[in-house]
Design a protein around this ligand. Structure first.
Ligand code: SF4
Ligand code: SF4
Ligand code: SF4
Ligand code: FES
Length: 953
């Protein structure tokens, strides 16, 4: 296990330069890239210069004057953090004069600092304390009686960290972290001279300011001024392990800092390639759900969902589930059961679930929640480029000149990547946003989109085709690139198609709602602005033409030569932590690991030989097909690991009817979620802190998840799947998830070089990782596309069946918010609720006024699928005719309203387009009343759980 309690700090950021300079520091020769600070060069020479205001994640500021050095031939004592190294310099970092100056600086700091080191929460982990020691400070000549800040009040408003102004040394690191690392600009230094103090917003408490609680300032603070409350409560950590965030597809690396089996804090890992030491409020602070009292740690069974739960031993629960599955198959046939595995699970868990379904159930009825988010990405990118994955690293955005964000809201959905992107935009890259809603990145501090194409929901295909029309008809194609790398025939057909007058921005303006001139200007910028990178999200995929838009995006990138190097590419921003991985390892009903179709006899033969079973050659049921088959009476048993299909899938009432029709539902989860309320067997799950494994993020980066505490319910999730498989008569005997990864690698060509050893060695690895790319593949399609020649595909716009009518005149679109995550099962059980404690409906002032709705009113939202009630937020972020909500709270019933429309190729639901009516109301909807009743009944049935001593637990 990696131990990283102390990370060395180089003081100033790394500089990249082809030129090098050689100098002498304290008699040691050192060579560094041009632009490197003396402070950093000294660290390279093995010398730590005292410092307080410098840290290597931030540009140097030169305020504390502790890092002074002497340079031969130069007057005075320059600050080593702000002085670049030059060839031939002779530098001294230690001398009696420097010692005296540094002591003087420290004396001033300490004279205005509480002398409570022994009881301070940062004791032993405080840079001020360290520097007092390093400089040899023994007394303070000025005494402690002068003017000071020792009685300053603490700001405790943020649930996760405190601001204790009495300890602030005004080093400005927090302010710079908020600006440079996070890009929020929430902090300033208010007042002058002695009065200077750090202040959120206009001297507001943190919680009332623009602060998004990312923790970058806490991380940067060298004292206990900004300190995690968990450290104040629990004390300094004793040991740590590197692991990966269990929330979004950015896949930030974290150092879980522990005391025994208790997490003291999660510190973003400086060497984490996805996040470079940054984080957001979820990964950094919202881990308390893992030990929440709602966790169910005892297996439970019941015959009917109207019966009380019975707590039983693992043996009994697994035995009951296995016997039920066997009974159902005997009665209804081999294909009458299946499995769903969440993309929150590890790769190893996902692999075992699909193996269980294919080898032990004997069918291909396995699916994953990628079905409802990025399945069109898998399909669309495979068709055009040849591989079902994003093309770049996140870091690649640092080389982009034009950034096109389509149907994604990175500051809320992928916050750490958004910070990286915002940094590049502040450096001058141009931004194009294609989104029905005015998302934050359209205009934020020091950033303004060059174009915001505020299209009508459901018209993405018309927009990408009109973009292509502009590029082709205005002669902006990358002709040499296309001639060399793309398939001629498909290109010529595509060019003819997009050039047609009916695909022009002018002809489609009435459909898309985007003024033709804006569309043309944005397309020109994308095609001619230098390196152009596309980032897209669920606003692209969750449509009836989701796959078509993905292919349209790939067409644009190929047509302009923007695939195959850094700074460009086609980049799906994946929703959940392991969406990429769960698709990679065969969780879809038609594909074995590595995206190989089940009908491919050669591939099937390999798996049959390795697994010792014969496999079905026909694809199994997708999630929506499982529901339909359940209602038809042919699908009667489900094993559902980590996924809450009742809350997350569209048309909730249809899902609930399907589950009610089944005879045995086995749910494996941390909590009694909405799906578990329809279950017959509950198998306790394990959180990411309780198991080993790997997650694969949106960059194809495979990172380790490391167990830092024992599973609360005895078994990790992968062990539970093994128990079930063994009980069904198909033996699985892995001793550790490492063996599962070894099996994946042995059977999957793109993973053949992947091993835990390699990940430990490199920190993480991006697939393909094999003999051709032993250390992985950061950028894909470099010399040629994975499929050979890039294939252009015709993108004919077909309007969604979901149309506005007099009865349903508005379009509802859905999304997420920073503080909550997906169905909210994790974040709702943390203090993140303080930012967002309910789902609300955003509505444009014109639509609100037409209906007599004011901010905060309860409004009923009705679609042809169902109706629900939410509180309104009147907001100009929306365009007239479009309303928006999130789906983090089960009682909101956002998915009661969404319909069963789905992507033509993959069945990904059309969450983003639902025709609705919105009206003021005074009471909950009928569905909500029924939800409350059912919820109460299920809570009582849980309460009545048989509490007899449980053998074997
Ligand atoms: S927590 Fe993040 S957003 Fe808030 S003040 Fe600190 S750096 Fe800025
Ligand atoms: S709060 Fe911390 S980082 Fe910010 S100025 Fe004060 S001591 Fe420095
Ligand atoms: S950006 Fe995503 S992966 Fe990173 S800390 Fe936040 S939720 Fe976790
Ligand atoms: S560390 Fe260089 S001036 Fe503060």
């Amino acid at each position: 296990m990696l131990e990283h309690l102390k990370v060395s700090d180089f003081g100033t950021p790394k500089r990249e330069s082809e030129q090098e300079v050689t100098l002498e520091i304290d008699g040691n020769q050192v060579t560094v890239p041009k632009g490197t600070s003396l402070m950093r060069a000294a660290v390279d020479a093995g010398i730590q210069v005292p410092k307080l205001c410098a840290t290597d994640s931030l540009e140097p500021f030169g305020s504390c004057r502790l890092c002074l050095v002497e340079i031969d031939g130069r007057k005075g004592f320059p600050a080593s953090c702000t002085t670049p190294a030059e060839t031939g310099m002779k530098v001294r970092t230690q001398s009696p004069k420097l010692q005296e100056l540094r002591k003087g600086v420290m004396e001033l700091y300490i004279s205005d600092h509480p002398l409570d080191c022994l009881t301070c929460s940062a004791n032993g982990n405080c840079e001020l304390q360290d520097m007092a020691g390093v400089t040899g400070l023994r007394n303070v000549r000025y005494g402690f009686d002068g003017a000071n800040h020792l009685k300053s009040e603490k700001d405790e408003s943020n649930p996760y960290f405190t601001y204790d102004a009495s300890k602030c040394i005004v080093c400005n690191r927090c302010v710079r972290a908020c600006e440079e690392t996070q890009g929020t600009f929430a902090l300033t230094i208010s007042g002058r001279g002695f009065e200077s103090r750090v202040s959120p917003g206009m001297d507001e408490p943190f919680m009332e300011s623009e602060c998004v609680s990312c923790g970058a300032c806490v991380e940067a603070c060298p004292t206990a001024t900004l300190q995690e409350k968990s450290v104040i409560w629990l004390g300094q950590p004793e040991h740590s392990a590197i692991t990966t965030c269990a929330y979004c597809g950015v896949g930030c690396g974290f150092k879980a800092e522990m005391k025994g089996n208790e997490v003291v804090r999660m510190v973003p890992w400086k060497d984490g390639a996805a996040n470079d030491g940054h984080s957001c409020v979820k990964g950094r602070f919202a881990w308390g759900y893992a030990t929440h009292q709602d966790r169910i740690t005892t297996p439970m069974i019941r015959k009917k969902i109207t019966d009380p739960w019975q707590a039983v031993s693992w043996e009994e629960a697994i035995g009951y589930a296995a016997s039920e599955f066997k009974r159902i198959q005997a009665k209804y046939g081999r294909d009458s059961i299946g499995g769903i595995v969440s993309s929150r699970c590890t790769n190893e868990e996902g692999y075992l679930v699909q193996k269980l379904v294919r080898a032990a159930f004997g069918n291909n009825n396995v699916d994953t929640c990628a079905r409802v988010c990025h399945s069109p990405t898998g399909y669309g990118l495979k068709q055009t480029l040849g591989e079902s994955a994003g093309t770049q690293t996140f870091k690649s955005v640092e080389k982009a000149d034009v950034i096109l964000v389509m149907g994604a809201n990175p500051t809320d959905g992928h916050p750490v990547f958004a910070s990286r992107m915002k940094k590049r935009l502040r450096e001058g890259a141009k931004l194009i946003v294609i989104d029905p809603r005015r998302i934050d990145i359209v205009k934020s501090p020091h950033i303004e989109a060059a174009h915001h194409l505020q299209l009508r929901p459901g018209t993405n295909v018309a927009v990408v085709t009109a973009f292509a029309h502009t590029i082709v008809t205005e002669g902006l194609l990358a002709s040499d690139y296309i001639a060399e790398r793309c398939d001629d025939k498909s290109f010529n057909e595509w060019r003819e198609f997009v050039s047609r007058p009916e695909n022009s921005p002018e002809a489609t303006e009435a459909t898309t709602g985007v003024p033709a001139a804006d569309m043309r200007a944005a397309a020109r910028l994308y095609a001619t602005g230098g390196n152009a990178a596309i980032y897209y999200g669920l606003g692209v995929t969750e449509h009836s033409q989701g796959s078509t838009t993905v292919m349209g995006i790939a067409n644009l990138a190929m047509a302009t030569g923007n695939v195959g190097r850094e700074g460009v590419g086609v980049n799906p921003l994946r929703g959940q932590n392991n969406v990429q991985g769960s698709c990679d390892i065969g969780s879809f009903p038609h594909e074995l690991p590595g995206y190989r179709h089940v009908s491919d006899t050669t591939v099937r033969n390999e798996f049959e030989a390795a697994w010792g079973v014969s496999l079905q050659s026909e694809p199994g049921l997708r999630i929506p097909n499982m529901f339909d088959a359940a209602i038809d009476g042919s699908f009667m048993g489900l094993y559902c690991e980590g996924e809450d299909i009742v809350q997350s899938d569209p048309d909730t009432q249809h899902v609930a009817h399907a589950l009610e029709a089944m005879e045995c539902i086995v749910v494996q989860d941390l909590f009694l979620n909405e799906t578990a309320k329809y279950a017959h067997v509950f198998l306790p799950g394990s959180s990411f802190l309780e198991k080993d494994g790997t997650f694969t993020n949106a960059e194809r980066r495979i990172s380790r998840v490391r167990k830092v505490m024992p599973p609360k319910a005895k078994y990790a999730d992968w062990e539970v799947t093994m128990l079930l498989s063994n009980a069904l008569g198909y033996p699985m005997n892995y001793k550790h998830p490492e063996e599962i990864m070894a099996e994946i690698a042995a059977l999957t060509p793109t993973f053949s070089g992947v091993s835990y050893q390699l990940i430990d060695q490199l920190g993480s690895v991006q697939w393909p990782c094999n003999a051709a790319a032993p250390n992985g593949t950061p950028t894909m399609h470099i010399d040629h596309f994975v499929r050979g020649k890039g294939k252009f595909i015709i993108t004919q716009y077909v309007a969604s069946d979901e149309k506005v009518t007099r009865k349903f005149p508005l379009i509802l679109t859905t999304g997420r918010i920073l503080s909550q995550y997906n169905v909210g099962a994790q974040t709702r059980r943390t203090d993140n609720n303080q930012w967002h404690s309910e789902d609300r409906l955003e509505i444009h002032p014109v639509d609100a006024e037409d209906r007599g709705i004011t901010d905060g009113d309860w409004v009923g939202i009705q679609s042809r699928a169902g109706d629900t009630v939410l509180r309104a937020v009147v907001s100009e972020r929306m365009q007239p005719g479009v309303v928006y909500t999130t789906f983090h709270f089960p009682e909101s019933g956002a998915n009661v309203i969404t319909t069963d429309n789905s992507d033509w190729a993959t069945n990904c639901p059309e969450y983003k387009v639902t025709a609705v009516q919105v009206m003021p109301v005074t009471q909950p909807s009928e569905w909500q009343r029924e939800f409350s009743r059912f919820d109460k009944v299920q809570a009582e049935l849980l309460e009545q759980r048989h509490a007899a001593e449980v053998p074997g637990k």
